[in-house]
Design a protein around this ligand. Structure first.
Ligand code: HEC
Length: 148
């Protein structure tokens, strides 16, 4: 009888410790995946976050556009050779015929209402992503100086 009681107490104690170690309801187990991803994108580059918020739906995650309605940014001769016009396009929107890598586009990109700093950040992202290797960085004051 005494032994049974001891064993019972012993087992109960082990069970309780076991449960508390396992902590089935501890919040450490539940972290917000979305916030985690957002923060890491942000620290990686503010321009990347802007790109995935504002540009990706037309130009694609790989920057290749669709070669029909949406021109590519990856390896785009327009982006490479027309620095001012490219900044102006992102700052003010762009429509009418343009030729990118020998393909004609005649469509419209709306102005997205980005601040000069955001335009600079996203330009630096697209100019250094995929196969693009622009070395002269775009500054906020360079964007501010570009008029329509
Ligand atoms: C609604 C679709 C759409 C969105 C969103 C969009 N673009 Fe465009 N973009 C276009 C189209 C269409 C053109 C070509 C316009 C024309 O035909 O004159 C273009 C042209 C460009 C060009 C010049 C041509 C080239 O391919 O090099 C750049 C640079 C550019 N976009 C960058 C951006 C950036 C950066 C963003 C996000 C901040 C963005 N675009 C968001 C549709 C879009």
């Amino acid at each position: 009888m005494l032994l049974t009681t001891k064993l019972l107490i012993g087992f109960t104690a082990i069970a309780i410790t076991g449960i508390s170690l396992f902590k089935p309801f501890s919040d450490e187990k539940y972290f917000d995946l979305e916030t985690k991803n957002k923060t890491s994108v942000k620290t990686q580059s503010p321009g990347k976050e802007i790109y995935f918020d504002f540009c990706v739906q037309c130009h694609g995650a790989n920057g290749k556009g669709d070669l029909k309605n949406f021109p590519p940014l990856d390896d785009s001769d327009w982006l490479k050779n027309k620095r001012k016009e490219s900044i102006a396009a992102v700052k003010f929107g762009q429509s009418g015929e343009i030729v990118v890598n020998k393909i004609k586009y005649n469509n419209a990109m709306p102005a997205m209402g980005l601040s000069n700093q955001e335009v600079a950040d996203v330009m630096n992202y697209i100019m250094t992503s995929w196969s693009n290797k622009q070395s002269k960085i775009v500054t906020e004051s360079e964007v501010a100086a570009i008029k329509k």
